[in-house]
Structures are given as C-alpha cells and as structure tokens.
Design a protein around this ligand. Structure first.
Ligand SMILES: [Zn+2]
Length: 94
C-alpha cells in the first residue's frame, strides 16, 4: 500500500489518487517538430528506483502533485504541489 502525504489534505491512501505519469518530462515548444513531440509524449523511461511522478488527489482536494517515489519500494521521498503558484494563492506553504 502506498500512502501519499498530500500537502493540502494530509496523508491518504493512494487509492484516492490518480496517477498522472512521469513528472520529469520537459515538453518541447508548441512549434517543435512532430518527432520532438512524438518523443516527448510517447517515449518513457522504465525507471527502477527513484522517479518524479505526477498524481492528482482525485478523491480529495483534486490538486495535482509532484511525488518523488521509489518504484521498487514505493517509499515516498517528497510531495509538493505541481503548481506552486496556485498553492501559494490558496495559502498552502509548500
Ligand atoms: Zn489533497
């Protein structure tokens, strides 16, 4: 079982969250080539270890989070709002 400490709601079971995918992807500019977009959208690393992921607290605050998780142990190393500016506007310190 994975427990994710949502910065807005506190620690919750991962079943309340929806997995959003690799959080480390840097998307190309809108006018980049089709090949660059293909690579950004479809090519993924299958990381065995610590990776940054996006998760949405779909059954809670509905906020998107950046979660640093070990894919081998499911240990959570860090959680932060995916959109810090929005978190700041909402008065959340993280
Ligand atoms: Zn939440």
């Amino acid at each position: 079982m994975i427990r994710i400490p949502c910065p807005f709601c506190g620690e919750r079971d991962h079943s309340e969250f929806s997995y959003g995918g690799d959080g480390s992807i840097q998307y190309p500019p809108l006018d980049a080539s089709v090949e660059a977009w293909h690579d950004a959208v479809f090519l993924r690393e299958n990381i065995c270890g610590v990776q940054v992921e996006t998760w949405q607290h779909a059954q809670g605050c509905r906020m998107w989070l950046r979660v640093t998780r070990d894919t081998m142990t499911h240990e959570i190393h860090g959680v932060e709002p995916a959109h810090p500016g929005l978190a700041k506007a909402l008065g959340v310190s993280k």
